[in-house]
Design a protein around this ligand. Structure first.
Ligand code: ARG
Length: 440
């Protein structure tokens, strides 16, 4: 275990003999939770400062421990049970007895919950920023080619003409809801469990509220059992990322369709497309397909995390150790896919002619023709029947044009008023940009 004045894990006083190596391999989580290091260091500093303030440990030793925490790093070949054990081992190695005071009034149960919450708080913010990057790429494309006209679809059958800006804005508004969920997940994580101890607090005069304030967290726990067993914040973040990936998947699917030779409405920039090892002519939209595929895996991770939580008796159970890998991978996946789509949209080459030709096939304005008849006094059902008959007998409408049809639909949220939507989206992006990065 690499300890200097102790051999074996933190809990070795109770049990005799060493841990079987296979059991250590199964229970060990350092490979995953090493990502928590900076967050656990921040939480440990806050805990130690509190111990000093409350007179639980001498002030000079508190200062020494806080300073030593800055020097903690994952050492080569570290074989500790988890990152929390690693930190304590290094403190003891650096400070001797003073390092052995750090864990007063604390358990790894409230420690891991705190570090993981700080990680989730910081990463929810990062995902928000990455979502805003993608929204911005959509807005730039909307400014460049937003007046291109395409048929909107239902059932993947041509329906009514819309400007490209309206279509892109639809994706951007879905992403805006993702930002709302991510911010809610960030807020859910922003509660400090430190002071809850293993499950029932401590008889030492701890100051949980002071620790929470030191960490810049919005609140401290309301119930010590809940504090160490609650992983709602992790599930919230896993869900927010999963649904964001579902949105990305739909965008990815659309890029696959739009760049196929059958539609050929758009081409990916070369540095985002991929080739075939055998077929020289190929330019493949792997980015769209990976967005689709990663959403599938993400749904699995969310389901897996919820399944881990569902049967747990209060309070902490080691099953909870499974939570971090699921959430770390979930966040990695969404950050990666958001970046891929940002590149794809930023460099997308739109074939405006081909798009417009599809929208101007003489059928997509059928509803507008029927509505003109309604304006002349015909009941809509009769107008619908008449236009349907004319379409069935082969008639195609050249009036209104798709552009005229779009311009006539100017209500809020409609395709003719897309400028207002883009303005609103730009405000949303600016707001996301102004959100302060959570420490640490
Ligand atoms: N590695 C553990 C986890 O991730 C830390 C908490 C261990 N607590 C315990 N009582 N064994 O959940």
């Amino acid at each position: 275990m690499g300890g200097t004045d102790t051999d074996g894990p933190l809990w070795s006083g109770r049990l005799e003999g060493g841990l079987h190596p296979d059991v250590l391999a199964l229970t060990q989580s350092l490979d995953v939770d090493r990502q928590l290091l900076p967050y656990d260091v921040a939480a440990s500093k806050a805990h130690v400062r509190m111990l000093g303030r409350q007179g639980i440990i001498p002030a000079a030793e508190a200062d020494a421990i806080v300073a030593a925490l800055d020097g903690v790093a994952i050492d080569a070949g570290a074989a500790d049970e988890d990152v929390h054990s690693l930190i304590e081992r290094q403190l003891v190695a650096a400070l001797g007895d003073a390092g052995r005071r750090v864990h007063a009034g604390r358990s790894r149960n409230d420690q891991v919950a705190t570090a993981f919450r700080l990680w989730c708080r910081a990463h929810a913010w990062r995902v928000v920023q990455r979502v805003a990057d993608l929204q911005e790429a959509l807005l730039v494309l909307a400014e460049r080619d937003g007046d291109a006209v395409l048929p909107g679809y239902t059932h993947l059958q041509r329906a009514q003409p819309v400007p490209l800006a309206h279509h892109l804005a639809a994706h951007a508004f879905a992403l805006q809801r993702d930002i709302g969920r991510l911010r809610a997940a960030q807020a859910a994580a922003d509660v400090s469990p430190l002071g809850a101890g293993a499950l029932a607090g401590s008889s030492l005069p701890l100051d949980p509220a002071g620790v929470a304030a030191d960490l810049g967290m919005a609140d401290s726990f309301a119930n010590s059992l809940d504090a160490v067993s609650d992983r709602d914040f992790a599930a919230d973040l896993a869900y927010a990322c999963a649904l964001c990936l579902v949105h990305c998947s739909r965008m990815g699917e659309e890029l696959v369709l739009w760049t196929s030779q059958e539609l050929a409405w758009a081409a990916l920039p070369d540095d985002v497309a991929t080739g075939s090892s055998m077929m020289p002519q190929k330019k493949n939209p792997d980015v769209g397909e990976l967005a689709r595929g990663r959403a599938g895996t993400a749904i699995g991770r969310l389901t897996g995390l919820l399944a881990v939580l569902k049967g747990l008796p209060l309070a902490y159970n080691r099953d909870l150790q499974e939570d971090k890998q699921a959430v770390f991978e979930q966040v990695d996946a969404v950050l990666g896919v958001l970046r891929l789509l940002e590149f794809a949209y930023a460099g997308l080459v739109v074939d405006r002619e081909r798009m417009r030709a599809a929208a101007a096939d003489g059928t997509t304005v059928a509803t507008d023709v029927a509505e003109a008849l309604v304006r002349d006094g015909l009941p809509f059902r009769d107008a619908h029947a008449e236009v349907a008959r004319r379409i069935a007998s082969g008639e195609r409408f050249t009036s209104p044009t798709p552009e005229e049809a779009i311009a006539a639909r100017t209500g809020p949220g409609m395709p003719g008023a897309v400028g207002d939507q883009l303005a609103r989206l730009r405000e949303h992006v600016a707001e996301s940009r102004s959100l302060p990065e959570p420490a640490p």
